[in-house]
Write a protein that binds this ligand. Structure first.
Ligand SMILES: *[C@@H]1O[C@H](CO)[C@@H](O)[C@H](O)[C@H]1NC(C)=O
Ligand SMILES: *[C@@H]1O[C@H](CO)[C@@H](O)[C@H](O)[C@H]1NC(C)=O
Ligand SMILES: *[C@@H]1O[C@H](CO)[C@@H](O)[C@H](O)[C@H]1NC(C)=O
Ligand SMILES: *[C@@H]1O[C@H](CO)[C@@H](O)[C@H](O)[C@H]1NC(C)=O
Ligand SMILES: *[C@@H]1O[C@H](CO)[C@@H](O)[C@H](O)[C@H]1NC(C)=O
Ligand SMILES: *[C@@H]1O[C@H](CO)[C@@H](O)[C@H](O)[C@H]1NC(C)=O
Length: 248
């Protein structure tokens, strides 16, 4: 819910900037939202085509702040230095922003002045999210009788603006998007549940496993197939080495 609201706000901001520019210029302005995580890196890659011989490219942050100037056939400069060496301009006109901070959220504007002094621009709405922490799993037994094990699973994460998805035995439970999940088991001997918590920039996963009768555990007591396979493979490899060793 909150995640959707943040997205809606960002989209709205994008539209507002766009329409206020269009009020005095009848040109279409490209605008896109880019999502990053705190301490992460984003690449602002323009969709507009930059002519081979341009006069200059300028980047602005939240309108009044000029953050980059690149004149054709000259190296770029970073006026203001408000991003403290966290900006890097690439020859293909992509702008890299490193070690993101929450305050970097805002509107980045790229302006290209071609050899005829015609200007085109593109907007990027950057939203910097906290990375999603790893969820903890919990369960509350509602019913444990007549062979039924009816419980409510909870996926607990200390973060706002996140969305939830659930999988049962690695199959998507379509439409289950709440932090809790009601399950009712009877004939099953075991089952696995996965909760995926995400925001537009990152996701984390929590697991909880069921064993008949009505036992829940964050650790899977059965050896996963892939691990059994790896062990078998390494035994094979070791056997082969022994063989080669004896042979030589
Ligand atoms: C969760 O799914 C229901 C439909 O199953 C939908 O109406 C609702 O908007 C969804 N909520 C979120 C937060 O995505
Ligand atoms: C960023 O997040 C918004 C809202 O969730 C989404 O619409 C958009 O596609 C995302 N942008 C990228 C580049 O993934
Ligand atoms: C580009 O710059 C280099 C040196 O910085 C110079 O030698 C060259 O003549 C310039 N090219 C043009 C077309 O101005
Ligand atoms: C431009 O270069 C950067 C860094 O080399 C790279 O990450 C990015 O994908 C490139 N963008 C395009 C559109 O090729
Ligand atoms: C986990 O569930 C139990 C009840 O089954 C409850 O008492 C406990 O407070 C829950 N723990 C958390 C962290 O929510
Ligand atoms: C447990 O859930 C199942 C499926 O929803 C339901 O049919 C059953 O009556 C429940 N068990 C009890 C004892 O309420």
């Amino acid at each position: 819910m909150l995640g959707k609201m943040a997205a809606a706000v960002a989209t709205f901001a994008c539209l507002v900037v766009l329409s206020s520019l269009q009020a005095y210029e009848a040109t279409e302005v490209l605008c896109s939202q880019v999502n990053g995580t705190v301490h992460g890196t984003v690449y602002l890659t323009p969709k507009l085509s930059v002519p081979e011989k341009y006069q200059q490219i300028t980047w602005w942050f939240n309108e009044p702040l000029m953050i980059l100037i690149k004149k054709w056939n000259q190296s770029e400069s970073y006026p203001g230095d408000c991003f403290h060496h966290r900006l890097r301009y690439h020859e293909n006109h992509t702008l890299e922003i490193k070690q993101l901070q929450k305050q970097d959220s805002g509107t980045f504007r790229m302006e290209v002045e071609d050899s005829q002094s015609q200007e085109t621009k593109e907007l990027f709405q950057l939203v910097v999210y906290d990375p999603v922490p790893k969820p903890r799993m919990n369960f509350t037994t509602r019913v444990n009788e007549d062979g039924w094990c009816n419980v409510t699973l909870a996926c607990i994460v200390s973060a706002t603006q996140v969305t939830y998805r659930w999988c049962e035995n690695e199959k998507d439970l379509v439409g289950k998007n709440s932090s809790t999940l009601d399950v009712a088991l009877k004939s099953e001997s075991h089952a696995s549940y996965k909760c995926i918590v995400s925001n537009p920039a990152s996701e984390e996963t929590g697991f909880i496993y069921y064993r008949s009768p009505c036992t829940w555990n964050e650790k899977n007591s059965a050896v996963p197939l892939s691990l059994a396979r790896k062990t078998a493979d390494s035994i094979l490899a070791f056997g082969f080495l022994l063989l080669v060793h004896n042979w030589v």
